[in-house]
Design a binder for this molecule. Sequence first.
Ligand SMILES: C[S@@+](CC[C@H](N)C(=O)[O-])C[C@H]1O[C@@H](n2cnc3c(N)ncnc32)[C@H](O)[C@@H]1O
Length: 254
Amino acid sequence: MNRRHAGQEWDAYLAGFHEKRPGITERLLSRSLDARGATPYDWVAGALSDSGPVVDVACGSAPLWNPRLAGRYLGVDLSSAELDLARQRGAHRLTRGSAEVLPVETGTAATVVCSMALMVLPDLPAALGETRRVLRPGGRFVAIVPTIPRRLDDLVFGAGLVRAARGPLSYRNDPLLRRPRRLFAEQGLTITEDTRRTYRFDLSADGAADAAASFYLRGPQSARESEVAHYLSRASRRGRTMPIPIRRILARLN
Ligand SMILES: C[S@@+](CC[C@H](N)C(=O)[O-])C[C@H]1O[C@@H](n2cnc3c(N)ncnc32)[C@H](O)[C@@H]1O
């Protein structure tokens, strides 16, 4: 399969996935906790500017929206089902649009944030270029993406998950995000922080099914998903939680 065809396949897959299960990422991450009970969204929120417009790129169901941001928040996403959910929670400035062509004036945003989407955007360099365009001087970029765990037992858990999924759980932009400094610099952004934390997701009750439903399992999704759910239920019965390793990247304008 050539690159263009593979890209189109990813785009169609993502669109279908989010129309069918809006809010699924939020269902996973809002119940993924660190030792102090904080979620990855709290980690992102901690890096947002205290004032000025915030553009939430690929906002999904807008888990980052909160009433304190009212008046200075804009959420942009391609999925109308995700945006409907975002609207239901009270986020009102929402636009259907793409990360690669942001409906935002040049040099106006204090913060551009992108939670759990850089790894799947169809044109990551273009999205970073847009981020640079809309940021105002002194503005910041905040992103989180999934990463691989550090602890040996979590790596073993992850290897079991890949076996159950009968294929890798990888994303189209993994190669670009492996060493992102140069890519960011080419788009006018300097990385100021690149750190990792592992959160834990409770697999009991409906946790295993929710977690299995949150993975981008391309190909025969339903067969792969039931194998993954089965693996996670077994892990839950052994008292395991699922590691959710997250990487936070902060950048500023050059
Ligand atoms: C894993 S979800 C993350 C949603 C939300 N930011 C969160 O953290 O819960 C990825 C989101 O990216 C959106 N998306 C994918 N490609 C996009 C693009 N090119 N432009 C805008 N949104 C996109 C999807 O519709 C989906 O809502």
